[in-house]
Ligand binder design. Structure first.
Ligand SMILES: Cc1cc2nc3c(=O)[nH]c(=O)nc-3n(C[C@H](O)[C@H](O)[C@H](O)COP(=O)(O)OP(=O)(O)OC[C@H]3O[C@@H](n4cnc5c(N)ncnc54)[C@H](O)[C@@H]3O)c2cc1C
Length: 424
């Protein structure tokens, strides 16, 4: 146990935060703002440094929030509670806190906000420096292994054998994706006996690349293409998205718009259904695509099909679609009959990729599952255990790509801290 002199009755701390990731570090910063000092707070982090997943965000650029953080962008067990938490600390509050409290200049690209440096380390450093300046203790290289309720509050045991006590505990151990960053999904079991096991939903991957056994995809590894996508199951469109698709070296499909539909795909696959993702590689209606092909056939009649059409779409993708349709890419384009040209246009506007699974939780950006919001209050406190809070990806909340998940991390931390400020 740490020597804390005569601090806070008999407990070591007022607030112990388990997990020094995005939500835990933000909670520590909000505590400094709300309580005026950080000396009564400690952050316990299993890794040797804080914010390891935060550093990976936005391909190292950290998309901190999105102008439109509305509940329809998220999956959760309790959308009403989610809405209350999100409206209690909105994207403008995030920008304001980063700019005016943490000193991070923020810039936007469309609806997406980033640090003006476009470096996630700027965000990570700003959080750490702010709480360190205020005297918050950051205990790295320490994994919390148990959490029990005591008369004074809670006792947290560390792997080292040390036990820390505190009036409040914030569980901020994250989800189960990218376990190499320290968030391996085991943290949600720490409040053993304090949260009903039925309210702890097992983690599964979300925002994850999809796999396919369509062999030709491997030839496209590394190629990116803007697309409109549809999830097709039993002839029906089950979900849609738009953006960049990346063909992976594993022979699957990734990119933001694929990640955004991955949860729907996995849900359908889990129920035993055949699912395919249709890629509109032309981002156009079939009629427009027919016109585009016909114009080029007319203009470049002596060229091969690939050469004639390669100004419209990546050459390798074009060849893959033509191979699927048994059109010889070297054949002269003027020999392509109207019927075949229409079929090619249709294929380019809806290239169906049968999908059979995903790359797994290690490669997912976030995970579905965690502690149900319905087991918590609006201040994200365990209903039956005053002083125990759950925030960030440890909660059963996950959003699509575009800054929604970090906004949840910030907003949930802010909600818990508001509640704590009225309690400690
Ligand atoms: C590659 C990638 C890119 C992403 N890009 C974006 C983006 O641009 N925008 C966006 O909004 N979201 C993005 N996300 C999602 C976002 O990073 C997460 O939603 C967010 O980090 C969740 O914050 P958290 O605090 O809940 O968990 P984490 O950030 O995962 O932090 C949890 C921390 O708890 C620690 N921990 C776990 N168990 C224990 C324990 N028992 N004892 C002590 N410490 C423990 C872990 O080491 C970890 O540091 C991305 C995710 C990935 C993987």
């Amino acid at each position: 146990m740490q020597d804390r002199g005569n601090a806070m009755d008999t407990a070591d701390y007022k607030v112990l935060i388990i997990g020094g990731g995005a939500s835990g570090m933000f909670a520590a910063a909000r505590l400094v703002k709300e309580l005026g000092s950080g000396t009564d707070t400690a952050v316990i982090e299993s890794g040797t440094r804080t914010g390891r997943k935060l550093l990976l965000t936005g391909s190292g650029r950290c998309n901190i929030t999105n102008r439109h953080c509305i509940i329809s962008k998220y999956n959760t067990d309790d959308p009403v509670r989610l809405g209350k938490v999100l409206s209690g600390f909105n994207p403008s509050d995030t920008v304001d806190f980063f700019e005016n409290v943490l000193g991070v200049r923020i810039t936007s690209k469309g609806d997406l906000y980033y640090p003006a440096t476009f470096k996630s380390s700027t965000v990570n450093d700003a959080l750490r420096l702010y709480i360190e300046d205020a005297g918050t203790k950051i205990i790295t290289g320490s994994k919390a292994v148990s959490l029990v309720q005591t008369e004074e509050g809670f006792a947290v045991s560390l792997e080292s054998g040390d036990v820390l006590t505190s009036k409040c505990v914030i569980l901020a151990t994250g989800g189960a994706s990218y376990p190499g960053t320290g968030s391996d999904g085991t943290g949600v079991s720490l409040p053993d006996g304090l949260i009903d096991p039925e309210d702890i939903i097992p983690f599964t991957p979300a925002l994850v690349p999809l796999t396919s056994d369509k062999k030709i995809l491997k030839q496209l590894a590394g190629i990116r293409c803007s697309c409109r996508t549809k999830v097709i199951c039993g002839g029906k469109t089950e979900d849609t998205s738009e953006g960049e698709v990346l063909f992976t070296k594993e022979g699957g499909i990734s990119g933001i718009c694929i990640m955004d539909i991955s949860a729907s795909v996995l849900r359908l696959l889990d129920s035993g259904k055949d699912v395919s993702v249709s890629l509109n590689l032309m981002q156009a209606d079939a009629d427009e695509a027919v016109n585009m092909l016909a114009v080029r056939r007319h203009l470049f009649g002596n060229r091969s099909c690939t050469d004639a059409f390669s100004g419209m779409i990546d050459r390798k993708i074009l060849e893959a679609v033509m191979a699927d349709m048994r059109i010889d890419p070297e054949s002269t384009v003027s020999d392509l009959k109207d019927g075949r040209l229409i079929q090619l246009a249709n294929a380019l506007c809806g290239w169906e990729i049968p999908v059979n699974g995903c790359e797994g939780i290690d490669n997912a950006q976030v995970s579905c599952g965690g502690i149900n919001l319905s087991a918590l209050t609006d201040g994200l406190c365990a209903k039956e255990h005053r002083g125990l809070y759950v925030i960030g990806e440890s909660c059963n909340v996950n959003g699509i790509c575009g800054g929604y998940n970090l906004q949840w991390a910030w907003a949930s931390a802010a909600a818990a801290v508001r509640d704590i400020a009225s309690y400690v």
